[in-house]
Every structure is written in structure tokens, then in C-alpha cells.
Design a binder for this molecule. Structure first.
Ligand code: SF4
Length: 324
């Protein structure tokens, strides 16, 4: 590590990015995994946001999901896409009653058409739809990981209720807490405050991030139908659409001090002004040290596309695309 901390900059943000990168490369940590990992961060429900999400995807289903584009399908679009018929039909005949006014469905049908994820045509006043492809069953399992680099006894106590909620919410197939290895074994007493169903992973950072299982999680039993299953698919879709590198969209790569530094196998944001791995919250429009890239940088080989900041955004987008 560049600063002597057991993880980049000692920030939870840096730890989170390295956890995501490790998961992308090395998931699953046990032999219970079921598919290829699609990794995202900071997703969940209104009530609870998970630090890291791993969607274990069926490889063929994931390949078929590409037919529907790189962006996430929200719940309204999923309703249309999953039920769109193979042959032309009036959308009200083809789609199940949504339980809310049809005019919203009609708006979603038009949105889906504009995104190219269904086809539409008119038959007089009626809008007909047809699917472009069957929406695949691509999500095998959904795994939630809470990142707590400094998992001491008080952190474990503070986390206990949240983790209990994650287990009871019935959305994830598995729940983990990830922490930084300290060289000591994880204290059994500390584990007492973590619900017994939650796995504990310890990550070590060096040239390569590695992980060890300090406690094995239980397999949970999330719903396969109804609202819970729909919610799981929405989360998986958002994970697919955003990936974990989307942090750059809310940071300031257009700042002259914004860099990416290699930490093991991951590229992690670095602020050359503060000489640290900055957090997402501080690297924002309100940062007092922000300075735009000098215009002259934009003419050095980036005449049309913009300066190095744009190059960083494109690099991360290419990596994100490659993972899909
Ligand atoms: S100076 Fe501020 S805006 Fe610029 S890279 Fe550093 S934290 Fe981000």
C-alpha cells in the first residue's frame, strides 16, 4: 500500500473498491458459488443500501441479457419486457394487469420501444407490441457484502442490527461482512455480535488482494416469486447497469488533481492535491481544492474527446463494458 495503511488511504471507500475488484476476479470465496460474478456497489432498497453486491449470473443467461442493452431495466420496463409476446398483440392483451392504471404501462411500452427492448406498431388506435428476444433467467443468486475494514468489537455491535435486517429482509441468498486482515485471527467474541448466518471474510492487500473465510455464511431462502423476487431482479438489473466503476460519474475526473493509482489489481482514485485516496464525498463539486484541467491539456492528443479526465472515464467505462 502506498501509505502504510492496510488498505488504500485507510478509507472505507478505497476498501470498498478493492473488495469489488477482488470479487470481480475471485468470487466465490467458498465452493457454494453459482455463476459468474456481476459486481456493483451501493445498491439496495429505500431502507437499506449494501456496500457491495455480487450477482451470481448464469453465463448463458448473462450473454442473452446483452440483447437488452447495457442500461438497467427498471421495474416498469421489466414488466413490459418479461411479458412481451413473441407475436404481435395489443399490449393490454399481452401484459398482465399491472395493478395500476394502464396509461402508465402504455408510457413504459413507449419507453421500452425507444430503448429498443421491445418492438411496437400501431393497429388503428391500439399499440401492439412484440418482444425482441425472450428476457433470460440470468440471476442465480444475489449476495450482499457489508464492508467494515476495521471490524472491532464496537463496530461489530453497531453492525449487528443492520446485518440482522439483511438476513431477515429475504432479498439476499447470502450475507457477508468483509474486513481487512490485521494479522490476528478474528476474535470469536467479536463474531458473537454478528448474526450467525452472516459470513465473515478477511481481505489482505498487497500485489494481489486475497480473501480468507473467517466464518461461513448460511444459505438463506429468498422468495422465487412475488414482490420479493421482483425486487431482487430490480437490484440485479441495477447492478448490471452500473457495475462498481460508476463511482467516477459522481466524482471529478475533470479536476487536474484526479488520478487513478494502481493498488494491487485495482485502479483506485487518487487526489494529487491532497496526496491521498480521496472519498467519493470529498471529490465533488464542493471540493475547495478543485481545479479544472488546464485547457492546454485538452489539446495534447485529445483535441475532440476532451482531456485526461475524459480519458479516465472512458477507461473505466471500457472495463465496465468488458465485464458485461
Ligand atoms: S482536489 Fe478535490 S475535486 Fe480535485 S481530485 Fe482532489 S478531491 Fe477531487
Amino acid at each position: 500500500m502506498s501509505d502504510g495503511a492496510p488498505y488504500p488511504g485507510g478509507t472505507e471507500f478505497g476498501f470498498e473498491l478493492l473488495t469489488c475488484r477482488w470479487a470481480e476476479r475471485a468470487w466465490p470465496p467458498t465452493d457454494e458459488g453459482d455463476g459468474v460474478p456481476v459486481v456493483a456497489r451501493q445498491l439496495g432498497t429505500k431502507r437499506r443500501r449494501w456496500d457491495t453486491i455480487v450477482v451470481e449470473a448464469d453465463p448463458e443467461g448473462l450473454a442473452a441479457r446483452r440483447e437488452f442493452g447495457a442500461r438497467a431495466l427498471d421495474s416498469d420496463l421489466l414488466h413490459v419486457v418479461r411479458n412481451a409476446p413473441a407475436e404481435w398483440a395489443w399490449y393490454r392483451d399481452a401484459l398482465p394487469d399491472p395493478g395500476y392504471p394502464w396509461r402508465y404501462v402504455r408510457a413504459a411500452v413507449h419507453r421500452a420501444d425507444a430503448r429498443g427492448v421491445v418492438e411496437t406498431r400501431r393497429d388503428g388506435n391500439r399499440v401492439q407490441i412484440r418482444r425482441v428476444a425472450p428476457y433470460p433467467d440470468w440471476v442465480n443468486r444475489l449476495v450482499a457484502v457489508e464492508n467494515k475494514p476495521d471490524l472491532d468489537a464496537s463496530a461489530a455491535r453497531a453492525l449487528g442490527d443492520q446485518l440482522r435486517h439483511d438476513v431477515d429482509a429475504g432479498l439476499a441468498d447470502e450475507v457477508w461482512v468483509a474486513t481487512a486482515a490485521t494479522g490476528d485471527t478474528v476474535e470469536p467474541a467479536l463474531l458473537e455480535d454478528v448474526p450467525v448466518e452472516v459470513g465473515v471474510l478477511t481481505l489482505s492487500f498487497g500485489d494481489r488482494t486475497t480473501a480468507e473465510v473467517a466464518w461461513y455464511p448460511s444459505r438463506l431462502d429468498p422468495p422465487s416469486e412475488g414482490d420479493g423476487a421482483a425486487k431482487r431482479l430490480e437490484i440485479a438489473e441495477r447492478a448490471y447497469g452500473s457495475g462498481w466503476r460508476s463511482y467516477v460519474e459522481t466524482m471529478r475526473p475533470d479536476c487536474r488533481y484526479f488520478e487513478l493509482r494502481r493498488e494491487g489489481a485495482a485502479l483506485v482514485p487518487w487526489c494529487a492535491s491532497k496526496a491521498c485516496h480521496q472519498t467519493g464525498a470529498e471529490c465533488a463539486g464542493s471540493c475547495p481544492a478543485f481545479e479544472p484541467e488546464p485547457p492546454s491539456w485538452r489539446t495534447r492528443g485529445w483535441p475532440v474527446e476532451g482531456g485526461p479526465g475524459k480519458g479516465i472515464s472512458r477507461l473505466l467505462e471500457r472495463r465496465r463494458e468488458r465485464r458485461r
